[in-house]
Design a protein around this ligand. Sequence first.
Ligand SMILES: NC(=O)c1ccc[n+]([C@@H]2O[C@H](COP(=O)([O-])OP(=O)(O)OC[C@H]3O[C@@H](n4cnc5c(N)ncnc54)[C@H](OP(=O)(O)O)[C@@H]3O)[C@@H](O)[C@H]2O)c1
Length: 165
Amino acid sequence: MSYSFTLEAILAIGLNDAIGNKGTLPWHIPSELRLFKSITEGHTLIMGKNTFVSLPSLLSNRHHIILSNTMPVTDGVHIVPSMSAALNKADELHSEKVLLIGGVSVFHEALHECSVIHVSRVMLAPEADTFYAFNTLHHRIDESVCFRDPSTKVDIIYQKYKRII
Ligand SMILES: NC(=O)c1ccc[n+]([C@@H]2O[C@H](COP(=O)([O-])OP(=O)(O)OC[C@H]3O[C@@H](n4cnc5c(N)ncnc54)[C@H](OP(=O)(O)O)[C@@H]3O)[C@@H](O)[C@H]2O)c1
């Protein structure tokens, strides 16, 4: 099935492939959160149940589509049982851009289909219990920017991958 939106993904990965710890991010880096907001705001987000539970609240000005077969009906979000149902729901919502925001199984299932992948390489190797070894044969880096978070002094390399095949 073809969709009328572009499909992208966004993730932040530590030097040890860490993406999560104890149900939340393994770091608190304000400028990385601002980058996430600037890339996702106004768009539709697809996420696994644990990622949704990890959010402090609903993210403003974004549709939330939650993959889950166990989550009860929840105000303000769309709960779907599969990735194909998530993509159909995004289409129903007339989304122009849809971003996969994690976690691991969501990335495993559909990252290769994304036209753009936004990757923040966080220059830390934190304690973690959730890891994702990002690699792709289908994309190449199109843009790369280094910045330092002023409050934590953590360096981040933001890389924008574009699909080539
Ligand atoms: N650094 C990052 O970029 C990043 C991004 C996202 C998350 N995180 C972190 O990673 C952790 C959460 O990720 P996670 O990998 O543990 O979990 P997750 O993928 O967010 O959630 C897993 C659950 O989502 C549902 N699910 C996932 N894929 C599905 C599919 N294709 N079809 C149906 N249901 C599906 C299942 O719920 P049911 O059992 O209810 O069916 C599954 O148990 C947290 O620590 C979070 O902070 C980090």
